[in-house]
Design a protein. Sequence first.
Lengths: 216, 216
Amino acid sequence: MLELAILGLLQESSMHGYELRKELATKLGAIRAAISYGTLYPTLRRLQGAGWITEAGEAAVGAEEVPPLTSRRGRIVYKITAEGKERFAELLAQAGPETYDDAGFGVHFAFFARTDRATRLRILEGRRRKVEERREGLRDVLARATERLDAYTLELQRHGLDACEREVRWLEELIANERSGRAPEGRPTGSPPEEDSPPPPGSTRPGSTRNMPERP
Amino acid sequence: MLELAILGLLQESSMHGYELRKELATKLGAIRAAISYGTLYPTLRRLQGAGWITEAGEAAVGAEEVPPLTSRRGRIVYKITAEGKERFAELLAQAGPETYDDAGFGVHFAFFARTDRATRLRILEGRRRKVEERREGLRDVLARATERLDAYTLELQRHGLDACEREVRWLEELIANERSGRAPEGRPTGSPPEEDSPPPPGSTRPGSTRNMPERP
DNA sequence: GGGCGATGTATCGCCCCGATACATCGCACG
DNA sequence: CGTGCGATGTATCGGGGCGATACATCGCCC
């Protein structure tokens, strides 16, 4: 999942690790906490090993003679390769089970602006199905196990059920909008239209009923 | 986190792995998918190594002579030890940062019926604080980065923000109830009754040892 | 009698996290 | 002028948790 996210950001512009982490945090802030360096650096090395990215580093400028003491280690700027772009496209297009869990779905969704509509629909529907299953499980427990569970546990289930129902409704709206050819309001940014961009965004917003309230 | 959950279930009754997994799934169904065996069995061995649990296995009944072919492997029933109960109490009482993330909070909350009120309040408030921080982060992004992010990413942030706001409200209610000495009960939706009812235990099941009285 | 789904235990490789360490840069404060 | 501190920056390590996989038995229906 991280692989997709990193490739996606690096496609927009080259960056070093620290920067990448920050961008990741704002792009994926809604679905996960900031990524750990203990994850990031090994992943970058893995991607580099696979040839998807390369170092385009600003090594120390003029100095081959700099003595080891205080060896200024330059920032390492990573850049996506042609193969990396192919890999990104491949990851973007796939819609398997991993794509439907919390983390996978979130990352894919964050790059929907660069995903073709058919894939968007498949992912949205797969996710909906998965959340519906979870919801049914919770309903069953709440219907059958009321005697066996204590009040706090039940309250937890109710809260979880509520979240599931809400997400299903959200997904329904998004799916309906996709089918009717509307993108969420605002303009897609990122890399130049190398694929067919979503239809002109001027129309109606999704999530219009639920939507974003004014901030008091 | 798993450690707490396993100890908690085993405190109610001894079980073998498969059963444990199912119980875990219903108890924690609201916060996480079913636990993997690749997690469960190593964890059980770890707990056993630490002396918190022991095997109370139904080994094959009368046979020391059973030939290796089709060596009937009995189910392994795990039982909590006295040290395990101490450990459980210790874990229950702690309220650190790990207790406030999604997973940690969920597990602790699921055992609130056996947690004393002061700890419940500390955990609830710690969690609220954490979710509020997350919420502020999302608000910032939505307020500042509108130009930089595409419509789908923004929609994701909005959905996340909505979830945060909802959870904060939920936590507020729970905190208010704790302060006024009520356990969670059916969805009130009405005006909050001001008369002090004795904290009603969650389940109405008579003679059940399911709900331990709290220890102040 | 034969298959098939539920029950049951177990391992392996991999992803990811938090803690930790170390080094530089810019700037405010005395 | 220096000194310390918070942000920037790269990196490793131990360990928890996951999905895939393997293997064996049990009960039941056809």
